[in-house]
Design a protein around this ligand. Structure first.
Ligand code: PLP
Length: 490
């Protein structure tokens, strides 16, 4: 493909993308295909000779679209939103074109510099404490990770090393299960003693971080509001200490995946400080809402946090992947992950070498999309987006509350409504969801809340969702409920 053909194909594809976005509401929200559907649509071997662009373009509708779930459809109400906007799409195009690799400041200075500034901009928007900002000069700062999962893993590993170093510096000894001091010959002997904590409502990525790191994470029970409370943590930490173990890390979830519940940060924070535990906050979805002053209370207590993570690629109109992680002391990451091959050495230390802040060595120019999104929406536009989504969720909540067959199963704080048929058990609610999704006119996923309570989750996901879509979703729920309750299944 030469430049002229690239221009023609590019214009055609940009038109296609805009048409797709603006008409996505007219497509069935989920596909009607079986596993392996694509095998019969795509040749078994790659083409020997170049094909014309027009054939490739035509295959988007023929091959790809039949197998797409349309995450940006206003009828898509599953999981949590995945961000999407024209500014972010443009930025990703440019990022791909520049194709730089941000391994060090010198490898692409603009890439690192923009990331530093964008992380400070974002921190200001969310009103994060100063110590998380580069501009405070206090050693903190932010980095773009690929996902919240990576942020959890990275901080867990960093906390592990910090605690082991601290422990060895302090006494170089560890106690056995009888409480007797044992001289530790090496760091490895300490690892089995380390224990991290997260609530039973934390995202599954916490379990994966434990599997990947080989570190033990103790699951703590949440209260009836699905919130991890201070006394539960204190009790668990004290138990572990009595057993001769070394507590080192707590993951607090703000906006859990199941029901958008909030661990009690103001209680957990001082406990973490008292016991010297790294406090990581996973606010993957809910964090974005803090751009609105009226939702900033969500992260009250953040001043106690060692690290804080949220995903602009969820609720802040930014395309995958863009997960924002801030740490109070960047050295906690760089001391642990710094490996300097000769070709990577740089004479400058004023700017971060982001490769020491993440698992990836090669890094895309992801700050561009934050730059484009923040500039082209403005803080006002971002706030308006969050407020609109929350208002639509409230509209759905009111519809649920107006039908006495249903109950709202958890407080509606942002864009998620957890609801269920109240007189029936989990199985009937599961049947209802299967009928709704089977019709492929709207799409939702379930969750299990504390007490083994199965709920349907309605989430305002798309930036295209309007009141008429909320009303439509509710009419679908009612239609399938009427049918289900008059059927032999009940
Ligand atoms: N944490 C929470 C609370 C989430 O809701 C999710 C995903 O929905 C994640 C973590 C994982 O996010 P990611 O896909 O960016 O790893």
């Amino acid at each position: 493909m030469g430049p002229d053909e690239f221009r023609r194909a590019g214009h055609q594809l940009v038109d296609y993308i805009a048409d797709y976005q603006e008409t996505v509401r007219d497509r069935p929200v989920t596909p009607d295909v079986r596993p392996g559907y694509m095998r019969r649509l795509v040749p078994a071997a790659p083409p020997e000779r170049p094909e014309p662009w027009d054939d490739v373009m035509a295959d988007i509708e023929r091959v790809i679209m039949p197998g797409m779930s349309h995450w940006h459809s206003p009828q898509f109400h599953a999981y949590y939103p995945v961000g999407n906007s024209y500014p972010a799409l443009l930025a990703d195009m440019l990022s791909d074109a520049l194709g730089c690799v941000g391994i060090a400041w010198a490898s692409a200075p603009a890439c690192t510099e923009l990331e530093v500034i964008m992380m400070d901009w974002l921190a200001q928007l969310l009103q994060l404490p100063e110590q998380f900002m580069f501009s405070s000069g206090r050693g903190g700062g932010g980095v773009i990770q690929g996902s919240a999962c990576e942020s959890t893993l990275i901080t867990l590993l960093a906390a592990r090393s910090c605690k082991v170093n601290e422990f060895l510096r302090a006494n170089g000894t560890v106690h056995n299960e009888h409480g007797d001091p044992v001289v530790t010959p090496d760091r490895a002997a300490l690892l089995p003693k380390l224990v991290a904590f997260a609530s039973d409502q934390a995202h599954s990525s916490v379990t994966r971080a434990s599997l990947l790191s080989g570190l033990r994470i103790r699951t703590l029970p949440s209260d009836s509001n699905a919130s991890l409370r201070g006394d539960t943590l204190t009790k668990a930490v004290e138990e572990e200490l009595r057993a001769g173990n070394i507590p080192f890390y707590v993951l607090a979830a703000l906006g859990t995946t199941a029901s958008c519940a909030y661990d009690n940060l103001t209680e957990l924070g001082p406990i973490c400080e008292r016991f010297g535990l790294w406090l990581h906050i996973d606010a993957a979805y809910a964090g974005a809402a803090c751009v609105c002053p009226e939702f900033r209370h969500i992260i009250d207590g953040i001043e106690h946090a060692t690290s804080f993570n949220f995903n602009p690629h969820k609720f802040l109109l930014t395309n995958l992947d863009c997960s924002a992680l801030w740490v109070r002391r960047s050295r906690d990451l760089t001391d642990v992950f710094e490996v300097n091959a000769l070709f990577l050495k740089t004479p400058f230390s004023e700017m971060p070498s982001y490769r020491h802040w993440a698992i990836q060595l090669s890094r895309r120019f992801r700050a561009l999309k934050l730059w484009f999104v923040m500039r082209l929406y403005g803080a006002d536009g971002l706030r308006a987006h969050i407020r609109r989504q929350v208002k639509l969720a409230k509209e759905f909540e009111a519809l649920v509350r107006g039908d006495d067959r249903f109950e709202v199963a958890a407080p509606v704080t942002l864009g998620l409504v957890c609801f269920r048929l109240k007189k029936y058990g989990n199985m009937i609610n599961d049947h209802l969801l299967a009928r709704i999704n089977g019709a492929r006119r709207i799409h939702m996923v379930p969750a299990m809340l504390p007490g083994e309570t199965y709920v349907l989750r309605f989430v305002v996901c798309s930036r295209y969702t309007e009141s008429r879509d909320v009303q439509f979703a509710w009419s679908e729920v009612q239609k399938h409920t009427d049918e289900l309750l008059s059927s032999a299944e009940v």
